[in-house]
Design a protein around this ligand. Sequence first.
Ligand code: KIV
Length: 269
Amino acid sequence: MLNALLTRAKAGEKIAMLTCYDATFAKLMTLAGVDVLLVGDSLGMVIQGADSTLLVNMQDMLYHTRIVAKGAPQAVIMSDMPAGSYEYDLAQALANAQALIQAGAHIVKIEGGGHMVDTARYLVEQGVPVCAHLGFTPQSVEKLGGYKIQGKTEQAASAMLADAQAMANAGVSLVLFEMVPAALATHITQNISVPTIGIGAGAGCSGQVLVLQDLLGIYTGPAEKTPQAYKAPRFIQNFLGQSGDIQQAIVTYVQAVKSGEFPEEKHSY
Ligand code: KIV
């Protein structure tokens, strides 16, 4: 399933990806034609109510991966490796990645560039498909000083290109860019050998991902703020508002990604 999707992406078909945390939405997303269901560690915020992804652990990821797989046995499922489960030790990274695959994931996602290339290579060599998450990496929110666009300076842009190329050479199947200038994500997409997925990274990526709650217009900001006082990231688009029907909102998202109508310039940096 994953290989067939990568072949379609390399032939120019846009990939529509959405976060998914349970069996009911997994079923619905499969019917709506979503290509990849991402069991994201964003569940720490949108399901568990935390203000970052940092407290999500392997038990959480295994539970949500299992229930998503139950609802969508035919879908491509990507699961996030949570903070602390892969950064320090290759053997531990492999054991945790394999546990996610056994729970139903087809590919795991790890955050970070240069220092994570050896981990990505090791996982791929051991037979675990990997997606590399570059740009804004939520597990490093403290180090990055908050939710900030990455790759804005010439030096940072060159480093991101080098990281993406190194990850592709290490054998990852996909590279995901979060909050990266559209021109940079497009340039990197044109200069690496694997498809790319963007969130706040412009229309030049090979595909797009959104957090389900953002697509449905559900407030995901901090509990101490009101939706009116919250400045949502510009890449968020409420697809439910246009259709009034959840299934149709997801279908509309898939169609908009496939046709290149989403994201627009106003969603990009
Ligand atoms: O966890 C998540 O939902 C993600 C997306 C923001 C790409 O990693």
